[in-house]
Design a protein around this ligand. Structure first.
Ligand code: THU
Length: 130
């Protein structure tokens, strides 16, 4: 993870549309192509219709024609680590192998690096469909 990813995650956090939770999250996906795709969480007055920062970032990557994740940054404030929710772990799984690193950050910087395999062990992925 480099400073550019951190910078983009900070900027994405500022774009969060989170008027209901006030919990701003930024995510940056690096594709295997080396390009960076940023996203923020986008909440909705119909609460269940909102979605996570990781989801926005993944959508940007796919729209750019990339389907392989090299690494990922998730950034949020607060005491607890802002780890991807269960649904996002599965969305990441679609485009990432078990050894892909996920860097859990606060606006101040890196807090902890984990792998997708640690977050989602024994996962079901595209390979399972043959
Ligand atoms: N959220 C994310 O965007 N990513 C995460 O990894 C955890 C949670 C968002 C969803 C919702 O808008 C807000 O944080 C509170 O759950």
């Amino acid at each position: 993870m480099d400073d550019e990813m951190l910078e983009l995650a900070r900027a994405a956090m500022e774009r969060a549309h989170a008027p209901y939770s006030n919990f701003h999250v930024g995510a940056v996906v690096k594709g295997r192509n080396g390009r960076l795709y940023a996203g923020c969480n986008v909440e909705n007055a119909a609460y269940p219709e909102g979605w996570c920062a990781e989801t926005t970032a993944i959508a940007g990557m796919v729209m750019d024609g990339e389907t392989k994740i090299a690494e990922l940054v998730v950034m949020g404030a607060g005491e607890a680590l802002v780890t991807p929710c269960g649904g996002c772990r599965q969305r990441i799984r679609e485009f990432a192998a078990d050894d892909v690193q996920i860097h859990i950050c606060s606006p101040e910087g890196l807090r902890r690096t984990v792998t997708l395999g640690e977050l989602l062990p024994l996962s079901f992925g595209p390979e399972n469909l043959g």
